[in-house]
Design a protein around this ligand. Structure first.
Ligand code: KG4
Ligand code: ZN
Length: 433
């Protein structure tokens, strides 16, 4: 194999599954399909790693004549770029499954002083870091600029100024190198963060995506199809960790600090109940919990931890009790809905998926449900560009392309099945993303 990993050979699996195609030239061909076979064929080809595009189609009464364009590229190198919040990241990924490089420049030190992300500072730092981060990704992968087959960039959701830095850079690069470009939903990126270190996802799957900006439970009946089953009505789970940590004087980001203190605290010390929706929907809500913590702090006269001071027993107990109710809420809802929908894989991803208690409780739930639970490793749980490249590879292989008018979409949603917007609007239910 040459360094770029291009190899023009059809996989044996592909040959076995679609034998009539083994002798096809890797260019346009007209094929007569029984109607029902086109979908299956297209799926087989895209799973084989070959690019396929239907360039023209004739639909007859009981057959379809499709003119297909096969790119014949078994190996695809994709540059991923992520800049939606406070991490500037670039990665080079082969075939959507193998990380050749993944570079992340975190802005935690900048935002720590303010106890949260300051959007204006975030955009400025992305501007400073984007060039060296992308260059470093190419250097570490040992890949030359012109060897990549496409560019995938986070389109949204996120902070507009931050997103625009990555998008503008990706568009300029795609134009200069004449490479295909796709925009990726950041949340879909988190779903794809599990593909590198786990066996292939078996569908239908469930994905619980929990981070500082989002808390969603998706039903994924097939690749690329998303139905939101539950989501937060107010704060995201990671945001609740960050706000409670700030309240207790513990620093930013709050998740890892609360987890560390919780290990030495008693989760039964403070009784918080799992928030439930009055309208019976299986949604999450963490803002009431934050208020309950603040009430507990006020009523017990608990002092915030001063810089350099050792957190008290009461603070550790509060951290453990708070973490416990968040985990019970996330896993309890996931398990209940899984009993109803019977997924075959459970994916738990996003920054909060770093949390050991959440991992343990999810694995136990997976055991009771009899399904495997896939987590990304820590490096891939928080924001990174490898997950964006992986999600983008699937889109590029399916022939999706973004134009140079690609723009940031700060409230980009991830749901393309049974979208209930009108019904929700009528019932006046309000959601964050
Ligand atoms: O995915 P991510 O890097 O950024 C967003 O897309 O939001 O997630 C960051 C969030 C932060 O809120 C952080 O507190 C939380 O993930 N987090 C954790 C842990 N590590 C990071 N939450 C709970 N326990 C952890 N160990
Ligand atoms: Zn994220």
């Amino acid at each position: 194999m040459n360094p770029s990993g291009r190899e023009r050979r059809l996989s044996p699996r592909f040959g076995v599954r679609v034998p009539c195609f083994i002798s096809l030239p890797l260019e346009e061909e007209s094929i007569l399909f029984p109607r029902a076979r086109l979908d299956a064929y297209t799926r087989d080809v895209s799973e084989s790693g070959l690019g396929i595009a239907v360039s023209s189609i004739y639909i007859g009464y009981d057959c379809i004549v499709a003119r297909l364009k096969l790119s014949g590229m078994m190996h695809m190198l994709v540059l991923g770029i992520e800049s939606s919040c406070d991490e500037t990241a670039a990665a080079i990924v082969r075939d959507g499954r193998e990380i050749l490089s993944s570079v992340i420049s975190s802005q935690i030190e900048t935002h720590k002083l303010f106890g949260g992300v300051v959007p204006e500072l975030a955009s400025r730092e992305h501007l400073d870091k984007i060039v060296p981060v992308v260059e470093e990704a190419f250097t570490r992968a040992g890949v030359a600029l012109e060897e990549i087959d496409g560019i995938a960039v986070t389109q949204g959701p996120g902070l507009v100024g931050s997103l625009l830095v990555g998008i503008s850079y990706a568009k300029a690069m795609a134009y200069a190198l004449d490479k295909p470009l796709v925009g990726v939903n950041h949340i879909e990126g988190h779903v794809y963060s599990v593909v590198f270190e786990n066996p292939p996802i078996v569908y239908p799957a469930f994905a619980l995506v929990v981070s500082g900006g989002h808390t969603n439970l998706f039903l994924i009946p097939a690749p690329g199809k998303y139905k939101v089953l539950a989501r937060t009505r107010d704060d995201a789970a990671g945001e609740a960790f960050d706000k409670v940590a700030k309240m207790l004087g513990l620093g930013y980001p709050g998740g890892p600090i609360i987890e560390r203190l919780a290990r030495e605290g008693d989760p039964r010390a403070v009784r918080f109940s799992v928030p439930r929706m009055g309208d019976g929907r299986p949604d999450f809500s963490f803002s009431g919990l934050k208020t309950a913590v603040s009430k507990h702090v006020r009523e017990t006269g608990l002092q915030a931890v001063a810089t350099g001071e050792e957190p008290s027993r009461a603070v550790r107990d509060l951290a453990a009790s708070f973490q416990d109710v968040v985990v019970r809420s996330l896993v309890g809802t996931t398990e209940r809905l899984a009993q109803e929908h019977r997924p075959r894989t459970l994916i738990v991803a996003g920054g909060v998926a770093c949390n050991g208690a959440l991992r343990e409780a999810s694995s136990e739930a997976g055991g009771r449900l009899g399904i495997p639970v896939y987590f990304p490793s820590r490096h891939l749980s928080t924001d990174n560009a490898a997950m964006i490249a992986a999600a983008g590879t699937v889109k590029l292989q399916a022939g999706e392309r973004a134009g140079l008018d690609l723009n940031a979409d700060v409230s980009l949603r991830l749901q393309n099945l049974d979208v209930e917007d009108d019904a929700l609007r009528r019932s006046k239910v309000r959601y964050r993303l």
